[in-house]
Design a binder for this molecule. Sequence first.
Ligand SMILES: [Zn+2]
Ligand SMILES: [Zn+2]
Length: 352
Amino acid sequence: MRQLSPSCRRALLAGTLVAALVAPAAVRSRASQDVSSPAPGRWFKGNTHTHTVNSDGDSTPDEVVRWYREHGYNFLVLSDHNYLTPTSGLNAVHGAPDKFIVIPGEEITMMVSTKPVHVNGVAIASYVAPPSSPDDVVGAIQWAVDGVRRMGGVPHVNHPNFGWAVSVEQLARVERLSLFEIYNGHPQVNNVGGGGIPGLEEMWDGLLTGGRLLYGVAVDDAHHFKRPGDPTASGPGRGWVYVRAQALEPRMISEALDRGDFYASTGVELADYTADEKHIALNVRTTAWSRYRVQFIGPEGRLLAEKTDADASYTFTGSEGYVRVKVIESNGLMAWTQPVVVGASGPKQSKQ
Ligand SMILES: [Zn+2]
Ligand SMILES: [Zn+2]
């Protein structure tokens, strides 16, 4: 078996949100490559894409933050369109050490001809202005990605199929990007594709198969907190991430996202997750009447194996390129772990 890339030599043990975890063997991060023995991390639940009345949301920042804090989240990124909602007052009221924080963010919102191109900045130090008249999709995304990086934040490309704005080929050309949305809770973003255009998960496999390593986030993109039960509303609580970080602190959360130490979910939680040179193993936190399919997926979205036990594992042959896990709950809830690169032919991060 070929040597795994450093980013894949990490061993993760996901668990309850408060459990201390075993340190991974090695972790590669953008800030410091090849850290040999990082401190143990904990898992924190959070949403990285939310709106308030400071853009087109229907609720004040205080109301929005309160919803997430009261529904078991550990962090929330406020991401108003082209507006940096201040967070210090919100943290003074709602923040609690090790329990809950609000992280500053912004959705850099651009129109390229008729295409809505949106990029989130997570944990940015200050406002990132959109370009005045972007003339191509890749250039607009790159502008936003670089602006977010300059402000010390971590970018993710949002809802590529909203307005059918961003293709696999365009995403593959963006540099200094590690994240994009593979699930967005807004009802008009075309997550599953159609009319010959791939869904977001197919796009993900297309990117990975083409050699581009990107990690997938699930988000709410919540706008409406006052329309419960309305299927046309973009309400909260639909998609989120569990992030492994050493502490509940904005930079630690954003850097963990950047290096892929997280999984995405629409309702499935993992009791543990391990990935090392030889295999992936996980344990699904089951609920009483649900049943599960645990799918190990490789290049071109190929199903390498499917297990039906809550305890599931997959041993690499060494030639897969990459392997990722999708857990499907019998009512349609999902979890997606991040791709593990297997062998030298696997996907790679973009130019930094
Ligand atoms: Zn958007
Ligand atoms: Zn949005």
